[in-house]
Write a protein that binds this ligand. Structure first.
Ligand code: NHR
Ligand code: GAR
Length: 221
């Protein structure tokens, strides 16, 4: 099906590794009458990921491609690309996907590949972001949606949501409050893209024809 045959909706493939609460937020947003996108496939690199069951419950094609079955990152990523491209996506969304992707993969989906990262990038690229923000005594913490480029967690920022850090926060309590924000900003960013309002132009984001600041569109809480 072309985009027109699909009711004009933007076709989204979601990659996951775990529980898939961000996937669920996208599925729920796509179920609205006025949704501009549809989730056409879910792929996990972890066979037992609960997100696969969420996809099944929503009637969405879901498969696991176990990275451990492949000798190196290049062959795993090629298998992933082959499966993704069967669904002819307009957009590929990483939602708690935990495998670093090769430059070949990232180039193939350049400008149509998004990630959500639980920190106010450029702070805390990589893993264990909540513990690192607490350790540093940061007064605020947050989450970022960005275009994926070859630089890990370094592509242009689309939107950030910030929350205040409380004295008695732990990595778990922070993660819980950040996830509430994730479930707001990821459907928002995907809708912008699906409506043709958001583009990556060189190393910047354009929303409605205007360049966003390097820190993206910011939501305070
Ligand atoms: N790939 C590229 N090329 N660029 C990015 O910006 C990417 C990416 C793949 C995933 C998500 C990212 C995050 O939001 C993401 C962004 C996993 C790791 C990691 O170290 C790092 C960053 C992210 C995701 N993964 C280990 C690996 O060896 C495996 C860890 C595990 O399995 O638990 O790939 O934080
Ligand atoms: C989310 O908090 C997301 O920000 C984070 O993993 C969680 C996935 O949750 N992503 C990363 O840490 C990427 N390295 P979910 O599976 O319930 O959507």
């Amino acid at each position: 099906m072309t985009r027109q045959q699909d009711g004009g909706k933007c076709r989204v493939v979601v990659l996951i590794s775990g529980s898939g609460t961000n996937l669920q937020a996208l599925i729920d947003a796509a179920a609205r009458d006025d949704a501009s996108f549809s989730v056409c496939s879910v792929i996990s690199n972890k066979p037992g990921a609960y997100g696969l069951a969420r996809a099944g419950d929503a009637g969405i094609a879901a498969v696991a491609i176990d990275h451990r079955d492949y000798g190196d990152r290049e062959t795993f990523d090629r298998a992933l690309m082959e499966e993704i491209d069967c669904h002819r996506p307009d957009l590929v969304v990483l939602a708690g996907f935990m495998r670093i992707l090769t430059p070949e993969f990232v180039r193939h989906y350049s400008g149509r590949l998004l990630n959500i990262h639980p920190s106010l990038l450029p702070k805390y690229q990589g893993l264990n972001t909540h513990a690192r923000a607490l350790e540093a005594g940061d007064p605020e913490h947050g989450v970022t949606v960005h275009f994926v480029t070859e630089e890990l967690d370094g592509g242009p920022t689309i939107v950030q949501a910030a929350i205040p850090v409380k004295d008695d926060d732990t990595p778990d309590t922070l993660a819980r409050r950040i996830q509430v924000q994730e479930h707001v900003i990821y459907p928002l960013a995907v809708s912008w893209f699906a409506e043709g309002r958001l583009r990556m132009v060189e190393d910047r984001c354009q929303l409605d024809g205007e360049f966003l600041p390097r820190s993206g569109h910011r939501i305070e809480n």
